[in-house]
Structure formats: structure tokens, C-alpha cells
Ligand binder design. Sequence first.
Ligand code: PRP
Length: 211
Amino acid sequence: MKDMVNVALPKGRLGEKVYGMFAAAGFECPSILEPNRKLIFENEAAGVRYFWVKPSDVAIYVERGSADVGVAGKDILLEYAPEVYELLDLNIGKCRMAVAAKKTFRDNPERTLRVATKFARIAREYYAGLGRDIDIIHLNGSIEIAPILGLSDVIVDIVETGKTLLENDLEPLETIVPISARLIANKASFKFKGEQIEAIQEGLKRQVAIS
Ligand code: PRP
């Protein structure tokens, strides 16, 4: 019998969509749909075992090999640069990493720009590319509040519909990079469970093509 493939799915709305794609690709696990709080599900016949994990932790499970494959946002892959293979853009969970500020904000290039963000590396690389001096203020959530309270001049954050910015009187200034969900694989697993992982990759590729 072939080894099971361990799959880390991002808990939440995106994860349900992702599971739907895996199921449609032939890797169903009906018990996952039962209303309970279990975090691990498997379907031996299909050769898959699913774990629900925090979206920002998927890459850690995959990098360390606790999961063979997983689905993570490009934002997390850019920010933490885990040692994994990025196999496929699933074309869901689409949003963008953007700079935003209060509508009244006017940049003064003579001064160090204060940037509030969860994504310090992405922000640092973006402004380094512009040759702009910045001071990173690392926050863990509700980033939009920083410029309102005068904690920062701008924010670097995820914008999906733009509603959060709008409702807090902020406006997007620049898009840094488009974001979407990616299928990633552990490097050793890709070697040792290559056939099974490629079957998942091909199945999902077909789902992306018909979506
Ligand atoms: C993200 C992001 C924004 C919001 C953008 O937050 O940080 O706050 O979504 O979405 P919108 O453009 O559709 O309004 P998330 O819900 O991931 O939680 P967070 O506050 O922990 O960042």
C-alpha cells in the first residue's frame, strides 16, 4: 500500500474552498464535513489525511514535514520564505498586499516613514527597492487603526474588498504584490511521495482550469 499524503489545510472559509477542490480532484474525505471540532481526518482509500491548522501555520507544518503538502497564501510564503516547493497557484483567496494611509496623508521624503504591518519582510523589501528609509512598527492585527491613532504614517496590509480601508477612512496608495492561495510541498516528501503528490497537483490543476 502507498503512503498516505498528509495535507495541512488552512482553517476557515478559504480552507473549505480548498477542501472542495481536493474533493473534486478525487481526494474526498466525507467525515471532514461532519459538524464537530476534530482537527484530523483521513480517508485511507483515497490515501489522504487532512489537518486543519491556522492559515499562517500551514507553511511551518509543511516545511518541517509534519504535512507533506498544504495550502498557504502567497503573503505568508513571501513573508516567512519557508523552504518548501510552491507547486501551484490555486487562483482562490485572491487579494493584494498594499500600502494604505489616511486620505490626508502627504509623504515627506525627508523623514523616515513609519510603517505599521504584520508583514515586516515584505514591507522592508518593498521600501528598500524604492530606496526609502522606514521604521517598521510590527503589529499582529487591526493594522488599520495605526495611522488613525498616529502610531504610523502608512500601513502595509492585505486588501481584499477594500471595505476595511473604506470604513476606516483610509485609502490604498500602491499595490505591492497580488496574493492568492498556493499548493506547497515539503521538499523531502516531494521526493519520497512524488507520485502521490503529483497526482494531487495534477488533480488540482484540472480544478483550477475548469473554475
Ligand atoms: C485582513 C486584512 C484587512 C482585511 C481586508 O484581515 O488585515 O484587515 O482582511 O479585507 P477587506 O479589504 O475585504 O476589508 P483579517 O481578516 O485577515 O484579520 P487581521 O485583522 O488579523 O489581519
